[in-house]
Design a protein around this ligand. Structure first.
Ligand code: CA
Ligand code: CA
Ligand code: CA
Length: 150
């Protein structure tokens, strides 16, 4: 988990220069209006009270909301149904966070991500902070996992 956080942190440094990377091989990364729509939808998923900030409790609540059968685990299917990003993006994001392949993500598994999103550390995540995080995450996911296997 620590190395993953470091990877995300490093990605913030490189993120500004990675904007030319729109696709990797035959994997399609959403860009332009499609990406804006996903980011908008995802942000609204978090921002439960519609004040245009993601607060800590809203972030922590997300998994509980997405856990549609209320068994304490957000499975990949539950996440795919909940996510605004489409099945392919959603499944990549899910597998990225489900490092032990449990198909059971809990609040504690992603809790540290809030601080990663909140780049100015004011305990609120703005749309811009979220957007930057999401784009960085997509770049990490699609760049890292598309390396030739074997
Ligand atoms: Ca809010
Ligand atoms: Ca569940
Ligand atoms: Ca902030």
């Amino acid at each position: 988990m620590n190395s993953f956080i470091a990877l995300l942190a490093a990605c913030f440094v490189f993120g500004a220069d990675a904007s030319t990377t729109a696709s990797h091989g035959n994997i399609h990364i959403p860009t332009g209006a499609a990406l804006d729509k996903i980011i908008d939808g995802s942000f609204k998923n978090f921002d439960n009270d519609h004040d245009n900030f993601i607060e800590r409790y809203e972030f922590d609540t997300l998994i509980i909301v997405a856990d549609s059968d209320n068994n304490g685990c957000m499975t990949i299917t539950e996440y795919e149904n909940f996510s605004a990003g489409g099945t392919e993006v959603a499944s990549r994001i899910y597998k990225h966070f489900d490092v032990h392949n449990t198909n059971c993500l809990k609040v504690s598994d992603v809790a540290s991500e809030f601080a990663v999103m909140d780049t100015d550390k004011n305990q609120k995540v703005t749309k811009d902070e979220f957007r930057q995080y999401y784009i960085n995450l997509l770049n990490v996911l699609f760049a890292v996992t598309d390396k030739p296997v074997g």
